[in-house]
Write a protein that binds this ligand. Structure first.
Ligand SMILES: C[S@@+](CC[C@H](N)C(=O)[O-])C[C@H]1O[C@@H](n2cnc3c(N)ncnc32)[C@H](O)[C@@H]1O
Length: 286
């Protein structure tokens, strides 16, 4: 196979990731697809390209398709490929996949594991207890929180705000999607009782200005809640996830500077595994 053909296939960053992952570890199709987080049809297309030019090997073990890095006859290309480092997020995901393969599942459980207890269940429980509210969900992302709020709390009216129109689709019958910038949230004054930023304030260039602009749109007594990260050193989140700030050293102070009162700010979660992030929850009242 000619080198140019192979280089063309590797020009797609995702395929380069696949090769770097397989250089580190042989993986079955489901494991690899899980790490890449993509739909079957897209995954199959990329793998077909890599197989076509002989960059990955495939074998069947029982009912499973297992992929591995191919042994190349082109020494210069092989050296180039093996020097491609795994990025930190892929290394983390790969370590989890490998750890979950070994041994009896019961023996690998954390000491505080409780069957059936999970954050989704706890969130549904707490949301059911809320009174009817008008909520602004600022920064929708995958829509996990928006859908959780909408389904757990059918009497709530949720205004979901994001820059990206495609994340605003199919969020629930009690969700009103609004395309707009968190820097100047598209809300009319007094329209909501509660404004939420869940892992979105760090995406905004000037968080203080965004909070001040939100403050101006809230009626006295309305509340703001911000879930975000404590300061961290994972600079890869800037390129990979579009973060503009590596956490906040004084999230509560930021809310106070924006004009909010009765501010609290607490650590609500610390990841025990790498990449270890610490989650803060800050709450304030207009
Ligand atoms: C990490 S996601 C939010 C996750 C979500 N809140 C959750 O808890 O699952 C960040 C979202 O903020 C949006 N975003 C980033 N900067 C923005 C801005 N300036 N204005 C509006 N949306 C923005 C992105 O499009 C993305 O959908």
């Amino acid at each position: 196979m000619n080198r140019m053909e192979r280089l063309k296939v590797l020009a797609e960053p995702l395929r380069l990731r696949v090769v770097a992952l397989l250089n580190a570890q042989e993986l079955c199709a489901a494991e690899l697809q899980g790490i890449l987080g993509m739909a079957q049809s897209t995954f199959a297309g990329h793998m077909a390209q890599l197989k076509r030019v002989g960059l990955v090997g495939v074998r069947r073990v029982g009912g499973q398709v297992v992929y591995s890095a191919a042994t190349l006859d082109d020494a210069a290309l092989a050296a180039l490929i093996t020097s491609e480092p795994l990025d930190e997020a892929d290394r983390f995901a790969l370590d989890r996949v490998v750890a979950s393969r070994t041994g009896d599942a019961a023996e690998t459980l954390d000491a505080d594991f409780l069957p059936g207890r999970n954050w989704e269940g706890l969130a549904h429980l707490l949301l059911r207890l809320l009174p009817p509210l008008r909520i602004a969900d600022l920064g929708v992302g995958s829509g996990e929180l928006t859908r959780l709020l909408a389904s757990s709390h059918p009497e709530a009216r949720i205004i979901a705000i994001d820059l990206e129109p495609e994340v605003l689709r199919d969020l629930g019958s009690n969700v009103e999607p609004r395309c707009g910038d968190l820097a100047e949230p598209p809300l009319t004054p007094g329209e909501v009782d509660l404004a939420l930023y869940s892992q979105s304030l760090h995406c905004v260039a000037d968080p203080l200005l965004a909070l001040k602009n939100l403050h101006a749109k809230l009626a006295p007594g309305a509340r703001v809640a911000v879930l975000d990260l404590a300061p961290h050193t994972h600079a890869w989140v800037q390129g990979k996830l579009g973060h503009k700030h590596l956490g906040f050293s004084d999230l509560g102070g930021l809310l106070e500077q924006a004009g909010f009162h009765h501010v609290s700010c607490d650590v609500v979660h610390r990841d025990r595994r790498s990449p270890a992030f610490t989650t803060l929850l800050a709450v304030g009242t207009r």
